[in-house]
Design a protein around this ligand. Structure first.
Ligand SMILES: *Cc1c(COP(=O)(O)O)cnc(C)c1O
Length: 395
């Protein structure tokens, strides 16, 4: 079985670039140059320097003693929550802004649902002095006021998407329209391992620094460079792709993905795509998505904005379909429980997204000497408003 993308941009039967004719030149320009540009010494040096001195990498791989005792296994937390801007997303936006710069693009566009990717994009645009326009559904602008304020503080323009349900997919449509109208000077920064080829592969490569570090850190800490299990949450799939990347072909390592079940997979309020999804095309790639029989996208639901997406990346669809990875649907309530548990047990407040992965520790019977690496994708500061609503239950 092969897990790397093929020449045509496919992972098994998933992936590709299903895009309108008008977009073809933009995507083709990127496809032709992304491997060459990211392999140049000057790109690598600037990427590594920024990850080190601006983002704060390498992030620690922390042996969580009390968590390990509680679950009777050996748990290591990969602390992506300690990155500048509070999550793994900035690894990718740094990579893409360097790509944009080298392709001579002066204007950056992005779309965002919860605003996390918008903030990570606005951050690197400020760093590079590039114009930044972030499309966001009008409903999301209301719901995610703190992140809208952050983007504006960083000098970005937030443009409301006023069509449809006024959420993420409408913002995506607006961004694509913009890109078609401004092919010469504009670079579209996508926030996860989704979209037409080469985006899923490019984003996975930028995030692969996570598993590169895990290898080194495990070697130093336990004298062997691989764990038995890697656990990560999956929205589009970028933090999981980064944590899995250097182990994809190493079948000694089992890959577990936590997906947002929302209120439960048998309710209409869920985002567990690998369980509920069927094959189709979303955002330019063939993958699994939640859709009705006639192909209308079903609005997803999750308590965590970062997992509230109706598809998964094509790599993940392939990992699930081929049996290489296993998926665990985790409910809203379970993720809130896990957030309070980790906060009080280890003094680490996780993002609600990351807490979904923690719940796998409850659901699977790990052995005492298993080495379990859990990718803690982000910090929970952004979710305090949600946690406050539940505070009484955990006193
Ligand atoms: C956005 C986000 C996610 C989900 O995105 P992926 O592309 O699946 O990684 C997970 N965790 C945090 C903290 C996020 O901000």
């Amino acid at each position: 079985m092969q897990y790397a993308v093929d020449e045509k941009g496919f992972y098994g039967e998933f992936g590709g670039a299903f895009i309108p004719e008008m977009l073809y030149p933009n995507v083709e320009e990127l496809r032709k140059s992304y491997l060459e540009i990211s392999a140049t010494p000057s790109f690598k040096k600037e990427f590594d320097d920024l990850l080190k001195h601006y983002v704060g990498r390498p992030t620690p791989l922390y042996f969580a003693k009390k968590l390990s005792e509680k679950y009777g296994t050996q748990v290591y937390l990969k602390r992506e929550d300690l990155n500048h801007t509070g999550a793994h997303k900035v690894n990718n936006t740094i990579g893409q802004i360097l790509m944009a710069e080298r392709m001579g693009k002066k204007r950056i566009i992005a779309e965002t649902g919860a605003g996390q990717h918008g903030v990570a994009t606005a951050t690197v645009c400020a760093l590079k002095g590039l114009e930044c326009i972030v499309y966001m559904g009008a409903v999301d602008i209301e719901r995610q006021a703190p992140n809208v304020a952050r983007m504006k503080m960083l000098g970005a323009e937030v443009r409301p998407a006023l069509s449809g349900s006024k959420t993420l997919k409408d913002a995506t449509n607006e961004a694509i329209r913009d890109w078609i109208s401004n092919p010469e000077d504009t670079f579209y920064i996508i926030g996860s391992v989704v979209g037409p080829h080469p985006y899923p592969d490019m984003v996975a490569r930028f995030q692969s620094v996570i598993s590169e570090e895990i290898k080194k850190q495990l070697q130093e800490q336990i004298g062997r460079d691989y764990p038995d299990y890697i656990l990560a949450c999956v929205g589009g799939g970028s933090n999981a792709a980064g944590a899995f990347y250097h182990y994809l072909d190493d079948t000694r390592v089992q890959l577990f993905m936590a997906e947002a079940a929302g209120h439960g997979i048998d309710t209409n309020m869920s985002a567990a795509t690998s369980v509920l999804g069927t094959e189709g095309i979303i955002h330019g790639s063939r993958t699994l998505l939640m859709q009705t029989k006639d192909g209308q996208i079903i609005e997803p639901h999750s308590i965590s904005a970062g997992l509230d997406y109706p598809g998964i990346g094509p790599l993940h669809a392939h990992l699930i379909k081929s049996g290489r990875a296993r998926s665990f649907p985790i409910t809203d309530k379970e993720s809130v429980d896990a957030s309070f548990m980790l906060s009080r047990l280890e003094g680490i407040i996780p993002a609600l997204e990351s807490a979904h992965a923690l719940t796998i520790l409850e659901k699977y019977d790990f052995k005492a000497d298993d080495i379990v690496v859990l990718n803690l994708s982000g910090r929970g500061d952004k979710d305090l408003g949600t946690f406050m609503k539940y505070m009484d239950e955990y006193e």
